[in-house]
Design a protein around this ligand. Structure first.
Ligand code: NAP
Length: 259
Protein backbone atom coordinates (compact mmCIF):
# COMPACT_ATOMS: atom_id res chain seq x y z
CA UNK A 1 0.00 0.00 0.00
CA UNK A 2 1.48 3.43 -0.91
CA UNK A 3 2.56 5.77 1.88
CA UNK A 4 -0.05 8.54 2.26
CA UNK A 5 0.36 12.24 2.94
CA UNK A 6 -0.19 11.38 6.59
CA UNK A 7 3.04 9.36 6.71
CA UNK A 8 5.52 10.21 9.47
CA UNK A 9 7.43 12.44 7.06
CA UNK A 10 4.38 14.75 6.93
CA UNK A 11 3.98 15.08 10.72
CA UNK A 12 4.20 18.69 11.89
CA UNK A 13 4.17 20.31 15.30
CA UNK A 14 4.65 23.73 13.71
CA UNK A 15 2.04 26.34 14.69
CA UNK A 16 3.31 29.17 12.49
CA UNK A 17 0.41 31.32 11.33
CA UNK A 18 -1.99 29.84 13.88
CA UNK A 19 -3.83 31.83 16.55
CA UNK A 20 -4.37 30.28 19.98
CA UNK A 21 -6.61 31.61 22.75
CA UNK A 22 -5.55 30.52 26.24
CA UNK A 23 -7.64 31.33 29.31
CA UNK A 24 -5.95 31.99 32.63
CA UNK A 25 -2.69 32.72 30.83
CA UNK A 26 -1.16 35.07 33.41
CA UNK A 27 0.30 32.34 35.60
CA UNK A 28 0.75 28.62 36.22
CA UNK A 29 -0.22 26.05 33.62
CA UNK A 30 -1.97 28.56 31.35
CA UNK A 31 1.16 30.67 31.14
CA UNK A 32 3.31 27.62 30.40
CA UNK A 33 0.88 26.46 27.69
CA UNK A 34 0.83 29.93 26.11
CA UNK A 35 4.63 30.01 26.00
CA UNK A 36 4.85 26.50 24.55
CA UNK A 37 2.36 27.37 21.80
CA UNK A 38 4.17 30.66 21.15
CA UNK A 39 7.47 28.81 20.99
CA UNK A 40 5.95 26.53 18.33
CA UNK A 41 5.05 29.57 16.22
CA UNK A 42 1.52 30.53 17.28
CA UNK A 43 0.31 34.02 18.11
CA UNK A 44 -1.58 34.22 21.38
CA UNK A 45 -4.79 35.70 22.67
CA UNK A 46 -4.34 35.82 26.45
CA UNK A 47 -7.62 35.84 28.38
CA UNK A 48 -7.99 36.39 32.10
CA UNK A 49 -8.90 38.70 34.92
CA UNK A 50 -5.35 39.56 36.09
CA UNK A 51 -2.57 41.50 34.33
CA UNK A 52 -0.68 39.41 31.77
CA UNK A 53 2.60 41.37 31.97
CA UNK A 54 4.81 38.39 32.77
CA UNK A 55 3.39 36.26 29.96
CA UNK A 56 3.51 39.17 27.49
CA UNK A 57 7.19 39.80 28.30
CA UNK A 58 8.03 36.13 27.80
CA UNK A 59 6.13 36.03 24.47
CA UNK A 60 7.98 39.16 23.36
CA UNK A 61 11.25 37.39 24.11
CA UNK A 62 10.08 34.51 21.90
CA UNK A 63 8.99 36.90 19.15
CA UNK A 64 5.41 35.64 19.38
CA UNK A 65 2.48 38.00 18.71
CA UNK A 66 -0.09 38.54 21.42
CA UNK A 67 -3.36 40.25 22.30
CA UNK A 68 -4.72 40.52 25.83
CA UNK A 69 -8.42 40.33 26.71
CA UNK A 70 -9.23 41.09 30.33
CA UNK A 71 -12.29 39.14 31.38
CA UNK A 72 -13.79 37.42 34.39
CA UNK A 73 -14.86 34.00 33.15
CA UNK A 74 -17.37 33.69 35.97
CA UNK A 75 -19.38 36.19 33.86
CA UNK A 76 -20.53 33.63 31.36
CA UNK A 77 -22.63 36.11 29.35
CA UNK A 78 -19.46 37.65 27.88
CA UNK A 79 -17.89 34.53 26.40
CA UNK A 80 -19.02 34.92 22.79
CA UNK A 81 -17.67 38.49 22.79
CA UNK A 82 -14.25 37.18 23.87
CA UNK A 83 -14.08 34.79 20.93
CA UNK A 84 -15.41 37.50 18.59
CA UNK A 85 -12.63 39.87 19.73
CA UNK A 86 -10.01 37.14 19.25
CA UNK A 87 -11.32 36.52 15.73
CA UNK A 88 -11.32 40.23 14.97
CA UNK A 89 -7.70 40.61 16.10
CA UNK A 90 -6.37 37.54 14.34
CA UNK A 91 -8.69 37.00 11.39
CA UNK A 92 -9.61 33.54 12.68
CA UNK A 93 -9.11 31.50 15.81
CA UNK A 94 -7.40 28.14 15.27
CA UNK A 95 -6.86 26.88 18.82
CA UNK A 96 -8.80 27.29 22.07
CA UNK A 97 -7.30 26.20 25.39
CA UNK A 98 -9.82 26.15 28.25
CA UNK A 99 -7.35 26.38 31.13
CA UNK A 100 -8.74 28.84 33.71
CA UNK A 101 -9.92 27.13 36.83
CA UNK A 102 -10.42 27.44 40.56
CA UNK A 103 -10.75 25.03 43.45
CA UNK A 104 -12.66 25.21 46.75
CA UNK A 105 -11.92 22.81 49.60
CA UNK A 106 -14.43 21.63 52.25
CA UNK A 107 -15.86 18.35 53.49
CA UNK A 108 -18.83 17.20 51.43
CA UNK A 109 -20.99 17.45 54.57
CA UNK A 110 -20.20 21.16 54.81
CA UNK A 111 -19.88 22.09 51.13
CA UNK A 112 -21.74 25.31 50.35
CA UNK A 113 -23.83 26.17 47.32
CA UNK A 114 -21.60 29.21 46.77
CA UNK A 115 -18.50 27.01 46.52
CA UNK A 116 -20.37 24.66 44.21
CA UNK A 117 -21.54 27.42 41.84
CA UNK A 118 -18.24 29.33 41.77
CA UNK A 119 -16.24 26.31 40.62
CA UNK A 120 -18.84 24.95 38.20
CA UNK A 121 -19.24 28.36 36.54
CA UNK A 122 -15.54 28.89 35.83
CA UNK A 123 -14.30 25.32 35.35
CA UNK A 124 -17.24 23.82 33.46
CA UNK A 125 -19.85 26.32 32.27
CA UNK A 126 -17.41 28.88 30.88
CA UNK A 127 -15.35 26.10 29.26
CA UNK A 128 -18.41 24.73 27.47
CA UNK A 129 -19.70 28.09 26.25
CA UNK A 130 -16.24 29.20 25.10
CA UNK A 131 -15.97 25.92 23.19
CA UNK A 132 -19.42 26.55 21.73
CA UNK A 133 -18.44 30.09 20.67
CA UNK A 134 -15.22 28.81 19.12
CA UNK A 135 -16.97 25.81 17.56
CA UNK A 136 -19.56 28.04 15.88
CA UNK A 137 -16.66 29.63 13.96
CA UNK A 138 -14.39 26.58 13.57
CA UNK A 139 -16.98 24.03 12.42
CA UNK A 140 -18.08 26.06 9.36
CA UNK A 141 -14.38 26.55 8.45
CA UNK A 142 -13.81 22.81 8.80
CA UNK A 143 -10.81 23.08 11.13
CA UNK A 144 -9.86 23.91 14.68
CA UNK A 145 -8.35 22.55 17.87
CA UNK A 146 -9.96 22.73 21.30
CA UNK A 147 -8.01 21.61 24.36
CA UNK A 148 -9.66 21.41 27.76
CA UNK A 149 -7.48 21.32 30.86
CA UNK A 150 -8.99 18.49 32.87
CA UNK A 151 -7.45 16.86 35.96
CA UNK A 152 -6.75 13.57 37.69
CA UNK A 153 -10.17 14.35 39.22
CA UNK A 154 -11.58 13.61 35.77
CA UNK A 155 -10.71 9.98 36.60
CA UNK A 156 -10.66 9.83 40.40
CA UNK A 157 -12.83 11.03 43.27
CA UNK A 158 -10.50 12.99 45.49
CA UNK A 159 -11.57 14.35 48.86
CA UNK A 160 -12.94 17.71 50.04
CA UNK A 161 -13.28 19.13 46.51
CA UNK A 162 -16.81 18.14 45.49
CA UNK A 163 -17.41 20.89 42.93
CA UNK A 164 -13.92 20.54 41.44
CA UNK A 165 -14.33 16.78 40.94
CA UNK A 166 -17.78 17.32 39.44
CA UNK A 167 -16.47 20.02 37.10
CA UNK A 168 -13.39 18.11 35.94
CA UNK A 169 -15.33 14.86 35.49
CA UNK A 170 -17.92 16.86 33.55
CA UNK A 171 -15.21 18.44 31.43
CA UNK A 172 -13.92 15.00 30.43
CA UNK A 173 -17.45 14.03 29.40
CA UNK A 174 -17.93 17.24 27.43
CA UNK A 175 -14.59 16.66 25.69
CA UNK A 176 -15.89 13.31 24.47
CA UNK A 177 -19.32 14.71 23.51
CA UNK A 178 -17.86 17.60 21.50
CA UNK A 179 -15.39 15.24 19.84
CA UNK A 180 -18.27 13.00 18.78
CA UNK A 181 -20.19 15.99 17.33
CA UNK A 182 -17.26 17.77 15.63
CA UNK A 183 -14.63 15.12 14.74
CA UNK A 184 -16.27 14.55 11.36
CA UNK A 185 -16.33 18.28 10.74
CA UNK A 186 -12.59 18.94 11.06
CA UNK A 187 -12.44 20.13 14.66
CA UNK A 188 -10.41 18.19 17.24
CA UNK A 189 -11.60 18.36 20.84
CA UNK A 190 -9.29 16.79 23.42
CA UNK A 191 -8.20 17.31 27.00
CA UNK A 192 -5.04 17.19 29.05
CA UNK A 193 -5.19 15.86 32.60
CA UNK A 194 -2.30 17.37 34.55
CA UNK A 195 -1.14 15.51 37.63
CA UNK A 196 0.25 17.41 40.58
CA UNK A 197 1.95 20.60 39.35
CA UNK A 198 3.69 23.40 41.19
CA UNK A 199 1.26 26.33 40.77
CA UNK A 200 -0.90 28.62 42.94
CA UNK A 201 -3.64 25.99 42.67
CA UNK A 202 -1.59 23.52 44.72
CA UNK A 203 0.02 25.93 47.22
CA UNK A 204 -2.11 24.58 50.08
CA UNK A 205 -1.16 20.96 49.34
CA UNK A 206 2.56 21.68 49.11
CA UNK A 207 2.44 23.75 52.32
CA UNK A 208 1.05 20.76 54.25
CA UNK A 209 4.09 18.54 55.01
CA UNK A 210 2.03 15.36 55.41
CA UNK A 211 0.00 15.81 52.20
CA UNK A 212 3.11 16.89 50.30
CA UNK A 213 5.04 13.78 51.38
CA UNK A 214 2.10 11.47 50.65
CA UNK A 215 1.63 12.92 47.16
CA UNK A 216 5.32 12.74 46.32
CA UNK A 217 5.53 9.15 47.54
CA UNK A 218 2.72 8.16 45.12
CA UNK A 219 4.14 9.83 42.00
CA UNK A 220 6.31 7.31 40.10
CA UNK A 221 8.40 10.16 38.64
CA UNK A 222 9.18 11.19 42.23
CA UNK A 223 8.59 14.91 41.79
CA UNK A 224 5.88 17.52 41.33
CA UNK A 225 5.27 18.58 37.74
CA UNK A 226 6.87 21.76 36.49
CA UNK A 227 4.37 23.78 34.40
CA UNK A 228 6.75 23.49 31.44
CA UNK A 229 6.17 19.72 31.51
CA UNK A 230 2.75 20.36 29.90
CA UNK A 231 4.12 22.13 26.83
CA UNK A 232 4.70 19.07 24.67
CA UNK A 233 1.18 17.71 25.16
CA UNK A 234 -0.34 21.13 24.43
CA UNK A 235 1.67 21.61 21.22
CA UNK A 236 0.82 18.08 20.11
CA UNK A 237 -2.93 18.56 20.60
CA UNK A 238 -2.80 22.02 18.99
CA UNK A 239 -0.89 20.92 15.90
CA UNK A 240 -1.65 18.86 12.81
CA UNK A 241 0.32 16.03 14.44
CA UNK A 242 -2.90 15.21 16.33
CA UNK A 243 -5.36 15.54 13.42
CA UNK A 244 -6.70 11.99 13.96
CA UNK A 245 -6.85 12.30 17.77
CA UNK A 246 -10.35 13.00 19.07
CA UNK A 247 -11.94 12.93 22.51
CA UNK A 248 -8.94 11.82 24.57
CA UNK A 249 -8.07 12.93 28.08
CA UNK A 250 -4.27 12.76 28.04
CA UNK A 251 -2.68 12.40 31.48
CA UNK A 252 0.57 14.28 32.06
CA UNK A 253 1.05 13.10 35.59
CA UNK A 254 4.48 11.64 36.25
CA UNK A 255 2.86 8.20 36.14
CA UNK A 256 0.24 8.82 38.89
CA UNK A 257 -2.56 6.98 37.08
CA UNK A 258 -0.29 4.09 36.16
CA UNK A 259 0.17 3.27 39.80
P1 NAP B 1 -3.51 28.79 39.01
O1 NAP B 1 -2.06 29.09 39.04
O2 NAP B 1 -4.35 29.08 40.19
O3 NAP B 1 -4.12 29.45 37.71
C1 NAP B 1 -5.50 29.45 37.46
C2 NAP B 1 -5.77 30.42 36.33
O4 NAP B 1 -7.19 30.51 36.13
C3 NAP B 1 -5.27 31.82 36.68
O5 NAP B 1 -4.82 32.45 35.52
C4 NAP B 1 -6.55 32.47 37.17
O6 NAP B 1 -6.53 33.87 37.12
C5 NAP B 1 -7.54 31.90 36.19
N1 NAP B 1 -8.90 32.12 36.64
C6 NAP B 1 -9.49 31.63 37.75
N2 NAP B 1 -10.72 32.12 37.86
C7 NAP B 1 -10.92 32.95 36.80
C8 NAP B 1 -11.99 33.76 36.38
N3 NAP B 1 -13.15 33.85 37.05
N4 NAP B 1 -11.83 34.49 35.25
C9 NAP B 1 -10.69 34.43 34.55
N5 NAP B 1 -9.63 33.68 34.91
C10 NAP B 1 -9.76 32.95 36.04
O7 NAP B 1 -3.72 27.24 38.76
P2 NAP B 1 -3.11 26.23 37.69
O8 NAP B 1 -2.61 25.10 38.45
O9 NAP B 1 -2.25 26.90 36.70
O10 NAP B 1 -4.47 25.74 37.01
C11 NAP B 1 -4.73 25.85 35.64
C12 NAP B 1 -5.72 24.76 35.26
O11 NAP B 1 -5.11 23.51 35.47
C13 NAP B 1 -6.98 24.77 36.12
O12 NAP B 1 -8.09 24.45 35.32
C14 NAP B 1 -6.70 23.66 37.12
O13 NAP B 1 -7.88 23.09 37.62
C15 NAP B 1 -5.94 22.70 36.25
N6 NAP B 1 -5.13 21.72 36.99
C16 NAP B 1 -4.08 22.11 37.77
C17 NAP B 1 -3.35 21.15 38.41
C18 NAP B 1 -2.14 21.45 39.25
O14 NAP B 1 -1.56 20.54 39.85
N7 NAP B 1 -1.69 22.68 39.35
C19 NAP B 1 -3.68 19.80 38.29
C20 NAP B 1 -4.77 19.45 37.49
C21 NAP B 1 -5.48 20.42 36.84
P3 NAP B 1 -6.08 34.72 38.43
O15 NAP B 1 -4.58 34.60 38.50
O16 NAP B 1 -6.55 36.08 38.12
O17 NAP B 1 -6.77 34.08 39.61
Amino acid sequence: MPVSAASPAAVSFDLTGRTALVTGANTGLGQAIALALGGAGARLVLVGRSPMDETVAALDALGAGHHVIRADLAETSGLDAIVAEAEGWSGGLDILVNNAGIIRRADALDFTEADWDAVIDVNLKSAFFLAQAAGRRMVPRGRGKIINIASLLSFQGGIRIASYTAAKSGLAGLTRLLACEWAGRGVNVNAIAPGYFETNNTDALRADPDRNAAILARIPAGRWGDPGDLGGAAVFLASSASDYVHGIVLPVDGGWLAR
